[in-house]
Design a protein around this ligand. Structure first.
Ligand SMILES: Cc1cc2nc3c(=O)[nH]c(=O)nc-3n(C[C@H](O)[C@H](O)[C@H](O)COP(=O)(O)O)c2cc1C
Length: 325
């Protein structure tokens, strides 16, 4: 039997994806930059770089550095801005051959509302993903680390998004990720991306300076995978499962085995980012591996894996509390 006989399609809220593998924001531009290296029609969905109201040149270099099991980045949301995105990038998205999710960022609630209000009615956008790992200019609080602020933000955006799937991308830099998931859902999130990068630092021991000009950056890649899997499991069990809100699990996915872990933990779809820097064909390999795994186990659909993790009552993902030591 062919590996394609199994059903890889998943339902991400109102959105049907041909398979669960999506690219994550910031790791392959606006799509066309990545197209020469991989047939994007093979993706479940593609996610763009963040779009902000105005163009941003981002942080000073160096703004990327490799670390032992991943990378640090402090790009600083460099992007073309809303106007150029709509004029130059949006018309290209249908050529990708898969649903496009547009990542949105800002430094005030008005920023997010402005971008989402402008993008929502436009064709070619299947979903809007809010990157809430940004400080609010009004009070310096990061949207994604304060539940009240997050609820307020998502509620405001909900008011202007009628067509696209509204996805909120959670920050892992919090003590209780489930509380943030709850706030996002109360605000009107239809899906959650879990997780963004973890705050990190690497130091040049010759210069006695941080490797990144910004000082700190976001850690991604295999180093964060166990943290991401735990957070997906926690969000799924504590909040998302009961209200039927799907999760895009991401953080360090490199192989089909990694994808299976995320699906078992409760993710409906799986994001791939840092791995693309090593091998841009990773999403295709993950789909092939998933199909073969399902066949070996006699399963007809990838959906049969979602949330099937066997976790006793004492499982640390079910509730917060001491998990080690
Ligand atoms: C270079 C780089 C740029 C990123 N830019 C964004 C961004 O603009 N918006 C966003 O929500 N996440 C951004 N991220 C975070 C990723 O989308 C993803 O959540 C994270 O890297 C974990 O997945 P990974 O380990 O597979 O890369 C960026 C990550 C990297 C490595």
């Amino acid at each position: 039997m062919q590996a394609t006989a199994v059903d890889l399609s998943v339902q991400l809220g109102r959105l049907r994806l041909a398979n669960p593998v999506v690219t994550v924001s910031g790791t392959c531009g606006y799509g066309m930059e990545y197209a020469p290296y991989f047939d994007l029609a093979r993706l479940g969905a593609f996610t763009t770089k963040a779009v902000t109201p105005e163009p941003r040149i981002g942080n000073e270099p160096d703004r990327i550095c490799e670390v032992r099991a991943g990378m640090l980045n402090a790009i600083g949301l460099a992007n073309v801005g809303l106007e150029a995105f709509v004029r130059d990038k949006l018309p290209e998205l249908p050529k990708l051959g898969c649903p496009a999710l547009v990542n949105v960022a800002g430094h005030s609630i008005d920023d997010y509302v402005k971008v989402c209000r402008a993008l929502d009615p436009l064709p070619g956008i299947a979903g809007l993903e809010l990157n809430v790992s940004c400080p609010n200019v009004a009070d310096g609080l990061v949207f994604g680390t304060d539940p009240g602020l997050l609820r307020e933000l998502v509620t405001a955006v909900r008011g202007v998004v009628r067509r696209a799937l509204l996805i909120v991308k959670l920050s892992p830099n919090v003590s209780d990720v489930a509380a943030m998931a709850r706030a996002a859902i109360e605000g009107g999130a239809e899906a959650l991306s879990v997780i963004n990068t973890l705050l990190g630092m690497a130091i040049d021991i010759d210069e006695w300076r941080p490797m990144l000009a910004n000082g700190t950056g976001g850690l991604s890649g295999p180093a964060i995978k166990p943290i991401a899997v735990q957070m997906v499991s926690r969000v799924y069990r504590a909040v998302a499962r009961d209200v039927g809100v799907p999760i895009i699990g991401m953080g360090g996915v490199q192989t089909w085995e990694d994808a299976v872990e995320f699906l078992l933990a409760g993710a409906t779809a799986v994001g791939v980012g840092t791995a693309l820097f090593i091998d841009p064909t990773t999403p295709g390999k993950i789909c092939d591996g998933l199909a073969a795994y399902l066949q070996r186990r006699g399963l007809a659909s990838v959906r049969e894996l979602v949330g099937q993790l066997k976790l006793g009552e004492g499982g640390s993902s079910a509730r917060p509390g001491p998990a080690a030591g």
